[in-house]
Design a protein around this ligand. Sequence first.
Ligand code: FES
Length: 119
Amino acid sequence: MDHFRNPRNMGEIPDADGIGTVGNPVCGDMMTVYIKIRDNQIEDIKFKTFGCGAAIATSSMVTELAKGKEITEAEKISRLDVADSLGGLPKVKMHCSNLAADALKAAIEDYRKRRKAKR
Ligand code: FES
């Protein structure tokens, strides 16, 4: 509930190193995650979502979990980790936690693609 009422890291990073947007096939909600990378670590992370309360809470949790982590570690954050950290989610809301975890992975992928393109 706390992450729903006071979401952390909501917003946008204008000069992000990676951006991931995913849509939820179950409900049609959307989420975008922005990451800033330094020395292979997630220095900053923000999210924007057009989603339900559970999606907001899970995104807030994902950003908290990912911040300061090595990219390879952050990549391993799973949907279940997120739901667990929030003390569990009602079954009908489990799909909402997919959004945040998937958007983070998409942002990391985008970062890798951009790096390759620069080389
Ligand atoms: Fe769509 Fe939760 S109902 S993300």
